[in-house]
Design a protein around this ligand. Structure first.
Ligand code: PLP
Length: 345
């Protein structure tokens, strides 16, 4: 027994990220990255970056980025916090809004980082089991200090009704973080709730729709007092100069991001049709991935056999998720290769 380490840390497992193979021939449909490159404006911003400026610390409060984000979503820079990936901002929320005897809530299944954040804080996790078809369930008296809600949800791709989300935000006693990592692929968003309610934060990331998972930039919009709390506890320089410059370029090219989203949505439609033709159950997706149940073959077996053919999809063990696969939408060519491989199997 190693007595140097905190008991709660010894006891926890840690977050398991999706596999990142070094072999570039692998068709990688397992971590919801974009199959397309980021905006050409990002390349230009990198080329224009004066290497000499890397001597200097970056802007600790990310003002240029926050102004840009406020311009996109409404509110002002005081309503915006910028983090080293949205994962950092989720961790900061778990530190800022939960007392040591408090509780963190989330739907099960949803983003598998949330229970890990509760374990890191050594606070109570209070998950809510989704319904048999992964639909919204919630008892009227449910309480926690902080609720993380992925919408559209991951790994299911299902979006909850905005009416239900709004009613929940209005009655929930703690802070609600609406994790909209995939919302650019959905029909509607809840950004207005962040500017309307004192207890609601909306989280976005450049990792999915902007094709910049390698950059690490996420942001939060919400009421100024919540944003100020996050500022107090962040690392002094949490977003580096290179990321500040390139993220600003990416956010300034909305047309490019929208064009990527349209391509992925078109491929999504075609892939759903192909998989349904083969007898898969495909859940309605408002994201850049599909949640599917294969016919005639256990999901774990299909996952393994695809892997043997260098096609990586995501498989989650556990009673709620073991019969399903999560498949990221890649290019049309990648999805055709997937469909062909499944037919062979
Ligand atoms: C991908 C993802 C994130 C992480 O975003 P980063 O900005 O890459 O840290 C957050 N929440 C959900 C639900 C995600 O799927």
């Amino acid at each position: 027994m190693n007595s140097y380490i905190k008991k709660s840390v010894l006891a926890m497992q840690g977050y398991t990220p999706g596999e990142q193979p070094t072999d570039l021939r692998v068709i990688k449909l397992n971590t919801n990255e974009s199959p397309y490159p980021p905006s050409p404006a990002v390349r230009k911003a990198l080329q224009n970056l004066k290497i000499d400026t890397l001597r200097l610390y970056p802007d600790p409060v990310n003002l240029a980025l926050r102004r840009k984000i406020a311009e996109l979503h409404g509110g002002g820079p005081d309503n915006v916090f910028v983090g080293n990936g949205s994962d950092e901002t989720l961790a900061l929320c778990s530190r800022a809004f939960v007392e040591d005897d408090g509780a963190i809530g989330y739907f099960d299944p949803s983003y598998s980082l949330y229970p890990v954040l509760a374990q890191i804080r050594a606070v109570t996790a209070r998950p809510i089991a989704l319904g048999p078809d992964f639909e919204w369930t919630m008892s009227a008296d449910y309480q926690a200090s902080l609720f993380f809600m992925t919408t559209p949800n991951a790994p299911t791709g299902i979006q909850y009704s905005k009416t239900e989300i709004r009613a929940f935000c209005a009655r929930f006693p703690g802070v609600v973080v609406l994790d909209e990592a995939y919302v650019d692929f959905a029909r509607e968003h809840c950004m207005d709730l962040a500017l309307e309610y004192a207890n609601v934060l909306v989280l976005r990331t450049l990792s999915k729709s902007y094709a910049l998972a390698g950059l690490r930039l996420g942001y939060v919009v919400g009421a100024a007092p919540l944003i100020e709390a996050l500022f107090k506890i962040k690392d002094s320089y949490n977003v580096d100069r290179i990321t500040q410059a390139t993220a600003l370029a990416a956010l300034s090219d909305q047309a490019y991001m929208q064009s990527l989203v349209e391509r992925i949505k078109a491929t999504r439609r075609r892939t759903i049709a192909d998989l349904e033709r083969m007898g898969f159950r495909v859940f309605p997706s408002e994201s850049n991935f599909l949640w599917v149940k294969p016919p005639r073959i256990p999901a774990a077996d299909l996952y393994r056999r695809l892997r043997e053919q260098n096609i990586l999809v995501r498989y989650f063990t556990g009673p709620r998720t073991q019969d399903y696969l999560r498949i990221t939408i890649g290019t049309d060519e990648q999805m055709q290769a997937l469909v062909k491989a499944i037919q062979g199997i």
